[in-house]
Design a protein around this ligand. Structure first.
Ligand code: BGC
Length: 449
């Protein structure tokens, strides 16, 4: 029932959470991350994924949390290193395990959205240079063909590659992902190969079942100038936006790159026709500051938060996870809607161990999605990152993103208050005054205006 104090989402809206294989399964001994975690100094506090959340053995147990939260969808990923542990040897038991997981989701009324590559590579591929090696595209093609042959009938929502630019930046610029080698050429090379791999996967999936919906997942990092009056801040923002955001999105928008690479133009052109939807991950914005001077001054403190802005509970080496900026989600939705494709929010969340900020985070971000929907932007669903606390890559277990609190030492799990709120919202596909009153009363003035 409608009233003036509610925000209604479309009946068909998908409500779910997102996870990725390595972060929840445990014992992924055959991929590049397992090896990386066992090298000294790579992961904060020397954490290891270990048994992770135990999903390989008992993912089904956590479906109860999805049901408690009235989720009608879940985004998970397939671990290539399990499917093809050695080059050319495919593991039937592994693919059957995924088939079981997918059937369990479906029999509980939960539509699976499946990602084919979420940051990890099989070790054998890593030794061949992974994504800087052009051959990786044909290896990926073989892996995807195998997966689609076995799961194509069961899954209708596919994400090909998760955050290609994050993979390339973290691996070849920030050096937080294996093999962590600073090399600008490798940044571009791996990124372009991942885009090509997306196109190849798109063809395979659509060839198998034209009704499947296939998309790529882009993390849109919002950059705004620290000082609107500073030309340097603005120029740096524009550059960062171009080489992190537009470099991935522009081929899908216009079929061309941002710069002239004649030998790539045919491939890039094909990208324009190779996505049915955009998977959008949105977390934070950075206020970008650039000071002309010595390199130390120029590059120190480039990424900042607006003074007084909300940040999450996580700070590493003096740097927070980023500024919480809900309106940014609306701005990003407007920008990516120019692609003319439906959008799924495939990740959105924050690290917040005591859950003091997450209810407000959910309410304010969903309000911005609703604002976009009212303007006719075709948003089809929302996947909160994450269902439960999990292994957060270079930060190990320190970041707590879950709607379900998970203690990786004891295996104990507990639905957080924000999980209850999310369940109430998903159950009604709406946000009511009562929910805001109960979970984040400070938002009430103005929330329904
Ligand atoms: C990634 C997730 C990650 C999350 C939170 C996203 O960029 O896709 O795997 O855990 O951010 O940091």
């Amino acid at each position: 029932m409608r009233d003036d104090f509610s925000i209604e989402f479309p009946e068909s809206f998908l409500w779910g959470c997102a996870t990725s294989s390595h972060q929840v399964e445990g014992e992924n001994t055959n991929n590049n991350w397992w090896e990386w975690e066992h090298m000294p100094g790579k992961i904060w506090h020397s954490d290891k994924s270990g048994h992770a959340c135990g999903w390989w053995k008992s993912m089904e147990d956590d479906i109860s949390f999805m049901k408690k939260m009235n989720n009608n969808t879940h985004r998970l990923s397939i671990e290539w290193s399990r499917i093809e542990p050695e080059e050319g040897r495919f593991n039937e038991d592994a693919i059957n395990r995924y088939k079981d997981m997918i059937h369990s989701l479906k029999s509980n009324g939960i539509e699976p959205m499946v990602t084919l590559h979420h940051f990890t590579n099989p070790l054998w591929l890593e030794t061949k240079g992974a994504w800087i090696n052009k051959e990786s595209i044909s290896y990926f093609k073989r892996y995807v063909s195998f997966v689609i042959e076995r799961l194509g009938e069961d899954v209708h929502l596919w994400c090909t590659i998760n955050e290609p630019a994050v993979y390339a930046v973290e691996t070849y610029i920030m050096c937080n992902f294996p093999p962590g080698r600073l090399n600008l050429v490798s940044y571009f090379r791996s990124l372009f190969n991942l885009l090509d791999a997306h196109e190849v996967a798109y063809e395979i999936i659509k060839g198998n079942n034209p009704a499947s919906q296939v998309g790529i997942v882009k993390n849109y990092q919002l950059f705004d100038p620290w000082d609107d009056g500073s030309l340097w801040d603005k120029l740096l923002c524009a550059g960062l936006d171009k080489y992190f955001n537009s470099i991935v999105l522009e081929p899908f928008r216009s079929g061309s790159l941002l710069f002239f690479l004649p030998w790539r133009s045919q491939k890039i052109k094909r990208l324009k026709e190779s996505t049915d939807f955009l998977g959008l991950n949105y977390y934070t914005r950075w206020k970008v500051r650039f000071k002309i001077g010595s390199p130390k001054v120029m590059f120190d403190n480039i990424f900042n938060c607006t003074p007084g802005a909300q940040v999450s509970d996580f700070i590493r080496d003096g740097h927070p996870y980023g500024e919480i900026y809900p309106e940014g989600l609306y701005r990003v939705l407007k920008m990516v809607s120019t692609l003319g494709k439906p959008i799924y929010i495939t990740e959105n969340g924050l690290p917040d161990a005591d859950d003091s900020r997450r209810p407000e985070f959910i309410l304010t971000h969903l309000k911005q999605i609703h604002r976009a929907l009212k303007e006719g932007i075709d948003v089809r669903g929302y996947y909160h990152w994450s269902l439960m606390d999990n292994f957060e890559w270079a930060e190990g277990w320190a970041l707590r993103f879950g709607l379900v609190a998970f203690d990786h030492k004891t295996g104990e799990r507990q639905l957080r208050a924000s999980g209850k709120l999310y369940g109430d919202i998903a159950g009604r596909s709406s946000i009511t005054k009562g929910m805001v009153e109960q979970y984040a009363p400070e938002l009430l003035p103005g929330y329904f205006d």
